[in-house]
Design a binder for this molecule. Structure first.
Ligand code: GLA
Length: 374
């Protein structure tokens, strides 16, 4: 039988009840700078996970659905839409007066193959795919018109060298698939904010590609409200200087920036990866999972410093950044426990496995107290 120390039992018990009522909140602390968001799984927004739902209500004022608005979930088969969970996601946000984000309309992953194929499995033509895209966007965005505040319209259209990714969207429709997706979303809900979202766009080549893409869209009067920087970060990337330089460049475009999927991975890298290509997989090896029983104090402190350093950059750009959203709520629920290696013990967020605030939580709150941005 496993044995717990008295302290461990106490902190476990504390973690099982709702968020400590006197705990300061991120949303209040950053109220004058930007919204603080979290990506939610279905257990949280249905409140089956009462502990994390309580924590979300206490700490966050913007929400993103981790999966339930992705094409494969909401539109699994031709002509078949399933809005059960998406409706509950939106209802949770409304009940709690949160900013509700839609994620994501046009992406190359988590999109069923039928979207791009005819009954024989051959690629469809441009008109067919544009019609499917229009139907999908009008149906999904139209259903939540006036309720979902902003949409990640196109996700991850760029390669690391800044060129357009050879996705089925690009191959079948051509370069204007991006403008078309925005156009359809704008038709479906003219008041919703529309975003372009991608990872590692801080890096120079991809940053240039992002800027060129946004400029092309602006020249065609496509209503892009903001660039989403995903922010699947590491301890050594992006540096504060690189983040600052990217934000300074994006500011020149006259669009806002959302930090949309923030987490900081403390585990060893399996490749040189800086992005978040979800199809990447690596074999489990024990040296890739160095902290199965808890994060050593020194790493915990280093993570706190790293979070503080990134947040001080965000605060410096607070007129530009409208929201900082974490990809998950507690370390236990993070996708990084299973990507790119299955079954690791990961520590990327501000709340630990018992939903208790980590030193990194204190470190970002401390920045606001100190007025670090002034
Ligand atoms: C990408 C996507 C998200 C999510 C994350 C990781 O960045 O935009 O929807 O899948 O990867 O889970």
């Amino acid at each position: 039988m496993q044995r717990f120390s008295g302290l461990a039992v106490l902190s476990l018990a504390a973690g099982l009840i709702a968020a400590a009522p006197d705990q300061p909140s991120l949303k209040d602390a950053f109220h004058d700078s930007f919204r603080i968001g979290a990506a939610l799984n279905a257990a949280i927004f249905t409140e089956e996970d009462a502990r994390d739902a309580a924590l979300v209500k206490q700490q966050f004022n913007s929400i993103t659905p981790e999966n339930v608005l992705k094409w494969e979930r909401v539109h699994p088969r031709p002509g078949v839409y399933d809005f059960d969970l998406a409706d509950r996601y939106v209802a949770f946000g409304e009940k709690n007066r949160m900013q509700i984000i839609g994620h994501t309309l046009v992406w190359h992953n988590q999109t069923p193959r039928w979207v791009f194929e005819d009954e024989k499995g051959n690629p469809v033509d441009r008109e067919t795919l544009l019609n499917r895209m229009r139907d999908h966007i009008h149906t999904v965005v139209g259903r939540y018109k006036g309720r979902i505040f902003g949409w990640d319209v196109v996700n991850e259209a760029l390669n690391e060298d800044g060129t357009l990714r050879q996705s089925p969207w690009l191959k079948i429709i051509g370069e204007d698939y991006i403008a078309k997706a925005f156009e359809f979303a704008h038709e479906a809900d003219p008041k919703a904010e529309l975003y372009y979202n991608d990872y590692s766009i801080e890096n120079e080549a991809k940053r240039k590609g992002t800027i060129a893409l946004i400029r092309r869209l602006q020249a065609e009067n496509v209503p892009v409200a903001a660039i989403g920087i995903q922010g699947h970060d590491h301890m050594d990337w992006p540096s504060a200087e690189l983040e600052d330089a990217a934000l300074t460049d994006f500011a020149k475009l006259g669009v806002k920036v959302n930090i949309t999927e923030l987490d900081i991975d403390v585990l060893p890298r399996t490749t040189g990866q800086q992005g978040a290509e979800v199809t990447l997989h690596a074999e489990a090896r024990s040296e890739l999972n160095p902290y199965p029983d808890g994060l050593p104090d020194a790493v915990q402190e280093a993570l706190a410093k790293r979070y503080a350093s990134l947040f001080s950059v965000f605060l410096r750009h607070r007129g530009l950044i409208t929201r900082v959203t974490f990809w998950g709520v507690t370390d236990a629920g993070s996708w990084l426990n299973n990507w790119p290696v299955n079954g690791r013990t990961s520590y990327p967020l501000l709340f630990d496995r018992n939903a208790r605030p980590k030193p990194a939580f204190g470190a970002v709150l401390e920045l606001v107290k100190q007025g670090a941005s002034n």
